[in-house]
Design a protein around this ligand. Structure first.
Ligand code: ATP
Length: 672
């Protein structure tokens, strides 16, 4: 880098010196005088201390003295040493007098001290200042906060180190639920604490474990807890920290990270969001695959191979998308273990609430179990957020403690956004929204796989004008009928508008988008349509750039027809159900217009008990103790689940429809 600076500075100097075509010629005093007398000098600068005079030539003078005028408009001057006996001012006065006699312009005179030094400072000062400033800034950046900052430290890893002194002190007590994940991870703690127990038997300590699960489920927390429990340093880095605009920096950072880890062993290296670097390497090099990322990944693979087993460095990584990771990362010897961290079940949620309620001043009557039931589909991070929001709401209302209502408002707010009571809605619009929401409520109630309804509201929240909250079913395998029922439920709003208002509005666009996506995945992903049975055109590896369709034009046509057919059939079905239960729908609608919010019990009163008992209904009816019993008896099922081949659940699964869930009548992620 210093060579670079020197080169840049030199180029600037050279350019600066030559660029303007300035020319100076040294002449003796007689020639100087002759030129001045001829009227070819317009200005004389006298440097009294050095006894030098510079005469700035007129254009005519420059030509007469044969200066090269083609170089630019720079100054052309002659320079001479003033003879010591001469009094320069008197001389110039004489020249001016004779010039005045012949009608030529006068010569101007200025006096300056220390000519050369001043000129040097004037000429090169700005450049020097610039260089000093650059040097200072680069020094400042490289010594700035956070190692790895600055130009000189670009190849250093940006790992944050937590150890005994500045540790977060997270232990397994802070991680609620996640029983199965904890069992696996506790073993890693044991490896770090008593390695000889394993090495004596000849066992090799695993090099790494990959924590896989949806966002906010506690993967980072779990990794920190391992370090806290084992009492070893924890080097944490995010996958995106490896990425920089300079080529080769990612690989350098990987090397540095593992070097640091070896120095600190035994320790844990944690790479969060590893998919940023660990994405499968491109198959087609001409497709402009990201070379820099691949270099980083290759270095990571080599680094993980490079450190010896049993030297006390264990690499943990977290990702939401194990399916797109490079297979080489997942092979034994690198991330030997994959630990699934799922969204918390009822009992887990109770525990998570208890962890986060520890720091809050809550009302003694608060029913934590009921809270956990109301937050189906929430991740640990969502629950932490609910607790914090509830405390903020209580504080805003100057309460002494946080109570049930605050939690309910917090949940509503997190799911649906802020209430917008001030939004002006005409009676006509209100009727349309109520008709739409009542349509969703009726259809989900009257279809087998419709999710149990929790609450319907027509108070605008966030972007939505109305919303219906549902308790989503936690199903691992979704039957075709469930997908069709979901589409039917989504279309319930629009169908109700058509049946009861005689015209449809724009409010259903979100529903339509979701149900089209589900219908498309029925045909294209799950191979459930009669015309294209057992075919999957999806690429779960994430390598398909979407440029080439894996099917022919005819198949594309059939896919479109099938999607259309499925949606139309469900729309007709929705209308049929609504016509059949028109009276009940209208009662729900009127109640909504009147009260703005109605609950599960109100709908049950109007439509009667649901014919089908859903899995969620059953869980909701059980007491917490029963639920626990159920959990323990099903834990054997969980074990078998773990033993299945270790591929991550496909994210293009049934959740396709829920990606940006923010309106009425939809299944997970939240109860909306
Ligand atoms: P991401 O994949 O988005 O990085 P993550 O799975 O790493 O998410 P964490 O950062 O571990 O999620 O969790 C975020 C916060 O959520 C934690 O700081 C904690 O407050 C809370 N949390 C999540 N899961 C749990 C849990 N099981 N017990 C207690 N708190 C939890």
């Amino acid at each position: 880098m210093y060579w670079m600076y020197a080169l840049i500075a030199l180029s600037i100097l050279v350019l600066y010196y030559f660029q303007d075509g300035s020319q100076t010629r040294e002449v003796d005093w007689t020639d100087f005088e002759k030129t001045a007398m001829a009227g070819e000098v317009e200005k004389i600068v006298v440097f009294s201390e050095t006894g030098i005079a510079e005469g700035y030539l007129t254009e005519k003078g420059a030509k007469a003295l044969k200066f090269d005028t083609s170089l630019g408009n720079g100054e052309m001057k002659i320079k001479t040493i003033i003879p010591s006996s001469d009094k320069i001012q008197e001389k110039i006065d004489t020249w001016n007098a004779s010039l005045a006699g012949s009608g030529k312009p006068q010569i101007k005179v200025t006096y300056e001290k220390n000519g050369d030094l001043m000129k040097f400072v004037w000429n090169f000062g700005p450049i020097l200042l610039f260089l000093v400033l650059m040097f200072y800034m680069s020094r400042k950046m490289s010594s700035g906060p956070g190692a790895g900052g600055g130009i000189f430290n670009v190849g250093k890893s940006k790992a944050t180190v937590f150890d005994k002194n500045n540790g977060t002190n997270v232990t397994f007590k802070d991680v609620a639920g996640l029983a199965e994940a904890k069992v696996e991870i506790e073993e890693i703690v044991e490896f770090l604490k008593n390695p000889q127990k394993y090495t004596e038997l000849g066992a090799k300590i695993p090099k790494g474990a990959l924590l896989v699960g949806p966002p906010g489920t506690g993967k980072t927390l779990l990794a920190k807890a391992v370090a806290g429990e084992a009492n070893v340093p924890f080097l944490s880095m995010s996958g995106s920290d490896f990425v920089e605009m300079f080529v080769g920096v990612g690989a350098a950072r990987v090397r540095d990270l593992f070097k640091q880890a070896k120095d600190k062993a035994p320790c844990i290296v944690f790479i969060d969001e590893i998919d940023a670097v660990g994405r499968a390497r491109g198959k087609n090099p001409n497709m402009g695959s990201n070379d820099e990322r691949e270099n980083t990944l290759n270095q990571l693979l080599t680094a993980m191979d490079g450190f010896q087993t049993n030297n006390g460095v264990i690499c943990l990584a977290a990702t939401n998308r194990a399916d797109i990771l490079d297979k080489a990362l997942l092979r034994p010897g690198r991330f030997d273990r994959q630990i699934y961290v799922d969204l918390p079940e009822l009992t887990d949620r109770i525990e998570i609430f208890n962890v986060h309620l520890r720091n809050l001043k809550v009302n003694a009557k608060l029913d934590v179990e009921q809270l956990a039931r109301q937050t189906q589909g929430f991740s640990g991070a969502d629950i932490a957020n609910v607790c914090n929001e509830a405390a903020l709401i209580a504080a805003r209302e100057n309460k002494d403690s946080v109570d049930w209502n605050d939690f309910m408002h917090a949940i509503d707010r997190i799911v649906g956004g802020l209430e917008k009571k001030s939004r002006i809605i005409t009676d006509e619009e209100k009727l349309a929204i109520a008709t739409h929401e009542a349509g969703h409520a009726t259809i989900t109630w009257m279809t087998q796989y419709g999710n149990p309804l929790v609450k319907v509201t027509i108070v605008p929240r966030g972007r939505a004008l109305g919303a219906a909250w549902y308790a989503p079913e936690e199903r691992q395998i979704i039957p075709t009928q469930a997908l069709l029922d979901t589409i039917c439920g989504l279309l319930g709003g629009r169908a109700a508008e058509e049946v009861f208002l005689g015209q449809v509005g724009t409010g259903a666009s979100d529903d339509l988008e979701k149900c089209t996506k589900i219908a498309r995945s029925i045909v294209q992903v799950y191979g459930m349509s009669d015309k294209l049975p057992n075919l999957n055109y999806n690429d779960s590896t994430g390598q398909d750039m979407g440029f080439v369709r894996p099917y022919s034009e005819q198949t594309a046509l059939v896919i479109d027809q099938e999607v259309k057919r499925i949606v139309n059939e469900q729309y007709e079905r929705a209308k049929e159900i609504l016509r059949k239960y028109a009276a009940q729908h209208n009662r729900i609608r009127d109640m909504l217009v009147e009260r703005e919010v109605i609950y599960h019990d109100d709908v049950e009163e109007i439509l009667g008990k649901r014919q089908w008992k859903s899995r969620t209904d059953e869980i909701m009816e059980l007491s917490a103790a029963d639920a626990k019993r159920l959990e323990s008896s099903s834990s054997s099922d969980n074990k078998t689940k773990d033993e299945t081949p270790k591929t991550a659940p496909s994210l293009s699964g049934p959740k396709i429809a829920d990606e940006d869930d923010d309106d009425a009548g939809t299944p997970p992620p939240f109860e909306k």
